[in-house]
Design a protein around this ligand. Structure first.
Ligand SMILES: [Zn+2]
Length: 518
């Protein structure tokens, strides 16, 4: 850290005219909507400050750090060409396989908006059929441009526009896109049927099946492995999700929102229909199906609504979830009292499965967490030793028994359960415009979970532990080749920004600066 003092994290502040839009979505937070939280709410103004300051988080093309990185990148490439010999033409790959760099300055609003998305999954051992019915409306008046959808590892079975099958000369498909060349003017309905193979999906993005259970991970860009879609955070829609599967193999069928219908079908199958009444980006979509059991409890919100809480795990892990349930109820209460934020649905599910690749994920009303044991780790996609250690640590984060867990484990469970719950507002209801704003949802939510842990535990001990982590993990990263500003000016693969806890720590530290918390 002496080589990269902390204030350099702010070095990317630049001219305002290059900032495309202030983060207006963040201004909608209802700071003091609850009866418990309004008076004397110690953070009532801090989110507004963040918005104001956030609008200045911008970079310039002449940024010295950026040009340093660019020149390094170019010279590496040149060295490689010299070493391997062949001319550029001979090494040219097909255009569609070249990674594309995405720049913040190129942001454009989507040409088309999706108002509602009705998904149907027919889960099967060999293949899964996904039907997606989308109500599309033009993003701009008089828009007639082609509608380009992202897609990856999908088998397209059919496309219908307003109920009529689309002829093959009306669209194009490549390994990453489906383009509808001349969509109708005005509002229209689109129905796309795809076939996917979750049992073969080893990327652990999109829908995959592992040790018998189906599970999804869509942040950041996994939804495109489920169906063709505008897979970007500023396309927000209301979702329903109907899941159909074998009742013996998959007795539990979960998705976002509220369960509005379920029943048996012929052939030993059953179904569940879920409805999420709030608009969300597709990276928050979730589906879990399998043999799980739940611990159930309830929470009465500040306005008197009763919310059912369920923590789902494989049967053998159920006794270890009592502290997680305690943590969830404390988090719900704390968010009402301190931030004035009340939970907004009737049901909150947490799923703890051994086959999950993100540590934890804040899908709207269906948080998913990992419970790893050592032998699972080799199957994870991470190749970073430090991060693997984090994952081992995280296995103790979710499930705790007095025989094995330490005080630190109990404290960590409290923080992690709180973190994903707090995303219900900061990230899920108040959303990011694009992935360049990852810092907003993560930094603010880490800030909130650290304050939560400080309030329920010992503030001084918590602060020492946080600073220690910052010095041990964040500063070495910032002094090495993985260093990057909290809001980059470009990226090739968004997944590279999810570097364990590291990135989030820096975001959190910056939030503390904005909020003048010592
Ligand atoms: Zn988070």
């Amino acid at each position: 850290y002496p080589h990269r003092p902390y204030p350099r994290l702010l070095a990317h502040s630049g001219s305002e005219e290059q900032n495309p839009q202030p983060d207006q979505e963040y201004q909608r937070l209802p700071y003091s909507s609850s009866k418990r939280g309004s008076p004397g709410n110690k953070y009532s103004g801090c989110l507004a400050n963040l918005t104001k300051e956030g609008s200045h988080w911008t970079g310039t093309r002449s940024n010295p750090l950026l040009s340093l990185h660019s020149s390094k990148f170019v010279s590496k490439r040149t060295a490689c060409l010299i070493a391997t010999g062949p001319s550029p033409a001979a090494t040219e790959e097909p255009e569609m396989d070249l990674p594309k760099e995405i720049f913040l300055k190129d942001y454009k609003k989507p040409d088309y908006l999706f108002d509602t998305v009705d998904l149907e999954f027919q889960l099967g051992d060999e293949k899964t059929m996904v039907t997606s019915k989308i109500a599309v409306s033009p993003g701009n008046e008089g828009n007639s441009s082609p509608l380009t959808l992202h897609g990856c590892d999908l088998k397209l079975l059919s496309i219908k526009i307003n109920g009529t099958e689309l002829k093959s000369d009306k669209y194009t498909v490549d390994p990453r896109h489906l383009t509808i060349l001349t969509p109708p003017a005005g509002v229209f309905n689109m129905e796309i049927v795809t076939e996917i193979y979750p049992q073969l999906n080893t990327s652990l993005e999109g829908l995959y099946r592992s040790t018998g259970n189906f599970c999804t991970q869509c942040e950041a860009e996994g939804f495109r492995k489920i169906t063709y879609f505008q897979d970007r955070p500023d396309v927000m829609a209301k979702y329903t999700c109907r899941i159909e599967g074998d009742k013996t193999l998959y007795p539990v069928l979960l998705s976002n929102g509220n369960l509005i219908e379920q029943g048996d079908l012929e052939g030993g199958k059953h179904y569940a229909l879920w409805e999420d009444p709030f608009k969300k980006p597709c990276y928050l979509f979730a589906l879990v199906a399998g043999q799980l059991e739940c611990r159930e409890d309830s929470f009465v919100t500040c306005s008197g609504r009763k919310v059912t809480l369920r923590i789902w795990t494989p049967a053998q892990d159920l006794p270890k979830t009592s502290h997680a349930m305690y943590s969830l109820k404390e988090a719900m209460k704390w968010d009402e009292e301190v931030f004035g934020l009340e939970y907004d649905l009737d049901l909150f599910n947490i799923v703890v499965v051994p086959d999950f690749n993100m540590g934890a994920m804040e899908n709207k009303s269906l948080n998913v967490r990992i419970c790893l044991c050592l032998e699972n780790i080799c199957r994870q996609k991470f190749d970073d030793v430090l991060f693997i250690n984090e994952q081992v640590f995280q296995s103790r984060l979710v499930l705790a028994s007095p025989e094995a867990a330490t005080d630190g484990d109990y404290a960590a469970i409290l923080g992690v359960i709180g973190h994903e719950y707090f995303h219900n507002w900061t990230g899920n209801r108040v959303t990011c415009r694009d992935w360049f704003q990852l810092t907003l949802k993560e930094g603010l939510t880490v800030f909130r979970d650290q304050e939560f842990s400080s309030d329920l535990g010992c503030r001084t001990v918590k602060r020492i532990a946080d600073v220690s982590k910052l010095r041990s993990y964040q500063f070495p990263q910032d002094a090495g080749p993985m260093a990057h500003p909290i809001r980059p000016l470009s990226y090739i693969k968004m997944d590279n920004f999810y570097t364990g806890q590291l990135l989030f720590l820096k975001y959190y530290a910056l939030n503390r600066v904005y909020n003048n918390v010592n």
